[in-house]
Design a protein around this ligand. Structure first.
Ligand code: 4NP
Length: 165
């Protein structure tokens, strides 16, 4: 059975990447691909290791039916590039930080989440990044969720043919 392992990556691993993990787990379950698509998340920084997701992220996700409370922050390490097929970053700074710890031959595993939003979805005008909501208001967490939902749907659609081939 073919599988793919994915790690979503942001700065703190308490807002954007746990949200992406929770949304992806939910959608993968709905698609009955839970045994084929393995999901995790991590941060490039070390400030929130061992902490649950930010309460604002948990609240916003919970109101859409995504449960983030059991997740705990961790920091990405070089070994993760051996464990995962894809390391999907939220913004360009995360990509730069990942490239600092990535073995050179594994660099093509690093991608941006917003690459997976279908071109027909014009809501974010072709934005490359999921903006950090940490220092902003509740609407930022709603936008993170909207972007994660659109991109994770696109990601599953992109993976499905290679998993089922
Ligand atoms: P995240 O958000 O990268 O989406 O988890 C942040 C969380 C914490 C901090 C910055 C961004 N911080 O500065 O502690």
């Amino acid at each position: 059975m073919k599988t793919v392992s994915i790690c979503f990556v942001c700065l703190g691993n308490i807002c954007r990447s746990p949200t992406a993990e929770g949304v992806m787990r939910h959608l993968v379950g709905e698609a009955k691909l839970g045994e084929r698509i393995l999901i995790d998340s991590a941060g490039t920084g070390d400030w929130h290791i061992g902490e649950p997701p930010d309460e604002r992220a948990q609240l916003a996700a919970g109101s859409r039916g995504y449960e983030l409370g059991a997740l705990r922050g961790r920091q990405i390490g070089a070994a993760d590039f051996g464990r995962f097929d894809l390391l999907i970053a939220m913004d360009d700074k995360n990509v730069a930080a990942l490239r600092q710890v990535c073995p050179p031959q594994q660099r093509d595993k690093i991608r941006l989440l917003m690459e997976f939003v279908p071109e027909t979805d014009a809501r974010w005008n072709g934005a490359r990044e999921v903006v950090d909501p940490y220092f902003g208001g509740a609407e930022g967490f709603e936008q993170v969720l909207d972007q994660c939902e659109a991109a994770c749907r696109g990601l599953i659609a992109a993976l499905r043919p290679q998993l089922l081939a």
